[in-house]
Design a protein around this ligand. Structure first.
Ligand SMILES: Cc1cc2nc3c(=O)[nH]c(=O)nc-3n(C[C@H](O)[C@H](O)[C@H](O)COP(=O)(O)OP(=O)(O)OC[C@H]3O[C@@H](n4cnc5c(N)ncnc54)[C@H](O)[C@@H]3O)c2cc1C
Ligand SMILES: NC(=O)c1ccc[n+]([C@@H]2O[C@H](COP(=O)([O-])OP(=O)(O)OC[C@H]3O[C@@H](n4cnc5c(N)ncnc54)[C@H](OP(=O)(O)O)[C@@H]3O)[C@@H](O)[C@H]2O)c1
Length: 261
């Protein structure tokens, strides 16, 4: 594969971590000079088929911290998906293409800073929030970082161990995590110790605020929503029913969103 240009660079995969048969994380080299803010995404490219000249490009949230030496991604495998059918077969040392340009507006500069940051994710929509948990300015800007991760099955609670056990011991983020992090898994399709209702319902009933022990209110909360577009839309509706509005440059609000498809 040799498609490098001013706009595109080739990067090698440096590690791969499977979570389930349809979820895995991988790291790549970080191109020299590539900068991004926590919450942004990269555009990754692969040949449409092995050996093909035709490329398929997809957006991928960056899960690593903005100052890490490598870039980390957390991926679904869509059966028959044009991109992930190729991606799932790559091994350490294989290369993929990446745009040199960073993208995206799921960043904390969309809001007036302060209060609690609620990070509401479904499935792989967790990724941008993992980056925020590794960004000093996110910890400094909010009283609490409240991460709610909704998945179908417990095995899909990727990064749970890192969030609960490793992050609080991290030399830079550990003290912040111990003081400010609230992590609330939601498991919707099998019995578990976690709530099984969907996020919008948990918001509407007030159960989510009770579970995490913090008020979800216009004055105290900023909300970021990421993942399944239906989750994003239904959650936004739940928040709007309580008076929340999408944050825009001309009219600061409390909601910022990213749809994955
Ligand atoms: C801004 C942005 C950031 C994204 N970040 C990520 C990320 O960090 N990790 C990631 O896995 N995907 C992410 N995606 C989705 C990603 O771009 C691709 O859609 C995904 O890799 C599947 O590609 P595909 O070609 O195999 O299937 P596609 O043809 O792209 O998708 C086919 C169908 O698969 C389902 N699907 C697609 N992506 C997902 C997903 N992530 N989870 C569950 N179902 C899905 C949808 O029903 C979609 O219609 C992001 C998308 C956007 C727009
Ligand atoms: N091969 C497998 O075993 C397997 C397993 C899981 C997924 N998949 C495939 O992977 C794809 C994506 O699965 P996924 O689990 O990552 O994503 P998903 O379907 O978006 O589910 C992730 C979480 O989001 C919740 N959710 C979905 N719609 C919502 C809405 N409108 N409001 C609030 N919450 C909502 C789900 O709850 P609900 O459970 O209530 O929908 C679940 O808790 C699907 O196409 C699926 O077929 C395959």
């Amino acid at each position: 594969m040799s498609n490098a240009s001013d706009k595109v660079v080739e990067v090698a995969i440096t590690s791969i971590r499977p979570w389930t048969d349809h979820l895995f994380s991988f790291k790549t080299e970080r191109p020299k000079g590539f900068k991004f803010s926590a919450g942004q995404f990269a555009r990754l490219g692969l040949p449409a088929q092995a050996g093909s000249d035709q490329l398929v490009w997809r957006a991928y949230s960056i899960a690593s911290g903005p100052f890490d030496e490598e870039l980390e991604y957390y991926s679904i495998v869509v059966p028959g998906g044009a991109f992930t059918s190729q991606l799932k077969d790559l091994r350490v040392g294989d290369r993929l293409l990446m745009e040199r340009q960073n993208h995206g507006f799921l960043t904390t500069d969309q809001f007036p800073l302060g209060g609690d940051l609620w990070m509401l994710a479904s499935g792989t929509g967790l990724a941008p929030f993992l980056s925020m948990l590794q960004d000093p300015s996110c910890w400094e800007s909010f009283d609490r970082l409240i991460l709610v991760h909704s998945v179908r099955a417990k095995a899909e609670l990727a990064y749970q161990d890192w969030i609960e056990s490793e992050l609080p011991q991290h030399p830079i983020f550990g003290a912040w995590a111990q003081e400010k992090l609230v992590y609330q898994p939601v498991v919707t399709r099998e019995p578990s110790a976690y709530p099984s209702k969907r996020i919008p319902e948990l918001i509407a009933s007030g159960e989510l605020a009770r579970l995490v022990g913090r008020p979800l209110s216009l004055t105290a909360s900023k909300c970021m929503l990421c993942g399944n577009p239906e989750m994003v839309s239904d959650t936004k509706k739940s928040l709007k029913d309580q008076g929340f509005v999408t944050s825009r440059r001309s009219r600061p609000g409390q909601i910022a969103t990213e749809n994955y498809w």
